[in-house]
Design a protein around this ligand. Structure first.
Ligand SMILES: Nc1ccn([C@@H]2O[C@H](COP(=O)(O)OP(=O)(O)OP(=O)(O)O)[C@@H](O)[C@H]2O)c(=O)n1
Ligand SMILES: O=P(O)(O)OC[C@@H](O)[C@@H](O)[C@@H](O)CO
Length: 433
């Protein structure tokens, strides 16, 4: 086996799923892959261009580092067997902790190198360390700071890489590329229509990318930024280029972190389920809410309970609205919280639970509060420990149609904001609509 790309790279013991474990992975319709595919996620950089001390791949969004979102995007693809994450030596333990904390599978951590190519090379070598038959047919290489990648495009890249030996994602150029003189003047500009931006993911047959790194120069390792070029230059393999979706962008500058957080929050706030308990007034509120919140980009499913068929919502939903009518008991939402804790779905991101208290009798509207705020605050503090964000909204069902409509619109606005922002600051608050 050739010497390391980074001579002082210590092999990091990793555990890959056994062949038997792999066979259990089903393959979704439309993406049937009949050859082994592994992934290398270069994550060994320092993220200088963000201006932050924390490398961008470890910056947290909703309590989880960016790299964990990227790993999740790959580990949920059933035809991907192994994921090698390449991090700076000083971050190997941190990455190992992230894998354990967020219960990532199929992942091995490998120390990176002083440049991106050296890191990627270390990852490729790690994939070749097992028996020959354990080696992947195709290696997908993907910057760890590009978290928004979907299975269907990965499938296209993997299939093209198997056919051609190499494949890469491209996107149209936004700005024109120009060459400058030594003195900082325009030398010439390139005809933008003839060029494309090279993005990730890229795919290679294992032999091509392995040989490319065997044969490339020190200058390639030190200054290169393009694996497709290495495949062409050193293996004569001309990559198939596939136009990817706009979501393949790379987190590079500080503003990109804010953009990534906004997309993550948007992804989590698309749907919610309203549990009515079967009460007629709750159903009336839920139906009105469904129309109002729908207009605010969150789709609501209205269900009476989480029993039988409806239990599936516990496993697929990130946002829950428990409607309670009159009474001051929190028992229904306490039951919901217990059900959510039992399915342990809040490992990867915080769940939102909104307790919506609808008072329909006039005397309660006079007192203004049917529930002691301290009660919901205590419950919310306990739920927060399970990464569940509990909020309260109180509203009164007015007999005045206009007033009722205004209340429902206000509840819809508050509900959408709570689901979208997932703000820790409002946890346990009993908001009045
Ligand atoms: N020695 C290096 C340098 C970069 N990368 C990884 O390659 C990907 C793309 O590189 P880039 O966006 O340039 O990341 P950084 O090098 O961290 O950014 P900067 O240039 O701003 O420091 C990132 O996931 C980065 O962690 C790596 O694995 N090893
Ligand atoms: O140069 P950086 O390390 O910022 O990013 C790496 C990019 O060059 C690379 O991801 C794509 O251009 C495809 O090779």
């Amino acid at each position: 086996m050739q010497s390391d790309c980074d001579p002082d790279r210590p092999a990091h013991p990793g555990v890959f799923p056994t062949r038997e474990a792999r066979k259990s992975d089903h393959q979704p319709a439309g993406c049937s892959v009949n050859f082994p595919v592994s992934v290398v996620l270069p994550a060994g950089g320092t993220g200088e261009r963000t201006g932050l001390l924390t490398p961008k791949q470890f910056c947290s969004f909703l309590g989880r580092p960016l790299i964990s979102y990227t790993v999740q995007a790959f580990e949920r693809v059933p035809w991907i067997q192994r994921i090698v994450v390449v991090v700076a030596k000083e971050n190997v333990d941190l990455m190992t902790d992230i894998i354990q904390r967020f219960q990532h599978r199929k992942v091995r951590v490998v120390p990176g190198g002083s440049t991106r190519h050296r890191s990627i090379c270390n990852g490729v070598l790690a994939l070749g360390e097992g028996e020959e038959e354990e080696r992947p047919k195709v290696v997908i290489i993907h910057d760890a700071v590009r978290p928004f990648v979907e299975e269907d495009f990965l499938y296209k890249i993997a299939m093209a890489a198997k056919e051609q030996g190499a494949a890469g994602a491209i996107r149209p150029l936004v700005s024109t590329v120009i060459a400058t003189t030594q003195e900082g003047y325009l030398d010439h500009s390139l005809e933008r229509a003839k060029y494309r931006a090279s993005e990730m993911p890229q795919g290679f047959t294992y032999d091509v990318i392995y040989q490319a790194y065997q044969r490339c120069s020190e200058s390639d390792f030190e200054f290169g930024t393009e694996c497709l070029h290495l495949a062409l230059q050193y293996c004569g393999t001309n990559a198939k280029l596939l136009q990817g979706p706009p979501t393949l962008w790379k987190v590079t500058y500080k503003r990109d972190l804010a953009a990534a957080e906004s997309i993550i929050k948007e992804t989590l706030s698309g749907t919610a389920c309203v549990i009515t308990g079967g009460s007629a007034q709750a159903v009336t509120l839920a139906d009105a809410l469904q129309k109002a919140v729908g207009a605010l980009d969150t789709e609501l499913d209205v269900i009476p309970d989480l029993l039988g068929e409806n239990a599936r919502y516990l496993l697929k939903e990130s946002n829950f609205i428990q409607v309670s009518v009159n009474g001051s008991s929190l028992s229904e939402v306490e039951t919901l919280l217990r059900d959510l804790e039992a399915v342990n779905q809040a490992v990867l991101h915080p769940l939102v639970v909104i307790w919506m208290h609808l008072s329909t009798s006039d005397e309660l509207s006079v007192s203004g509060r049917a529930v002691e705020p301290a009660a919901i605050m205590d419950l919310a503090s306990a739920a927060k420990l399970q990464n569940i964000l509990l909020y309260g909204i109180q509203l009164h069902q007015s007999k005045d149609a206009e007033l009722w409509e205004r209340s429902v619109l206000k509840v819809a606005e508050i509900t959408s904001a709570l689901i979208r922002e997932r703000s820790p600051a409002l946890v346990g608050q009993l908001l009045q609509a």
